[in-house]
Design a protein around this ligand. Structure first.
Ligand SMILES: [Zn+2]
Length: 131
């Protein structure tokens, strides 16, 4: 009788462990899918430059480039490097656009108020880019 009880306990524990493994697998797969989805979703594909509220140009983020932009008050140099965009040099007095650093995530922006320039990262499937 005690032996039987022991076996029942073993079976019950095994079942519990299998449930746990199954649960862990589901959690892991879900996490993995979310992570992949997260990266696909938020990593921007293009950089859109808006000047004075109007779309000026769009550049691919995956292609390194140095772009001279002419703003309302002078020039600004936009650098695209290693999938990131930033302002290297600008004629504006506050240099806030340079201080804003590098952007590469969907929806991130660099604004140069004196030059009325806005640089925005967009994903490929963003309808705002296609329109
Ligand atoms: Zn600026």
């Amino acid at each position: 009788m005690p032996h039987r009880l022991y076996r029942d306990m073993q079976v019950a524990m095994n079942k519990k462990r299998n449930d746990l493994i199954l649960l862990l697998s589901i959690v892991l797969v879900t996490a993995l899918v979310l992570i992949v989805f997260h990266f696909l979703k938020t990593d921007g594909a293009t950089v859109t430059v808006t000047k004075n509220g109007e779309k000026y140009a769009t550049y691919p983020l995956m292609q390194d480039a140095e772009i001279k932009l002419s703003g309302a008050q002078g020039h600004a140099t936009l650098i695209i490097e290693d999938g990131q965009a930033y302002i290297k040099d600008a004629s504006c007095s506050d240099k806030l656009c340079i201080k804003q650093g590098k952007i590469n995530k969907n929806g991130e922006t660099i604004v140069c108020l004196p030059n009325k320039l806005v640089i925005t990262v967009n994903s490929d499937d963003d309808p705002a880019v296609i329109s």
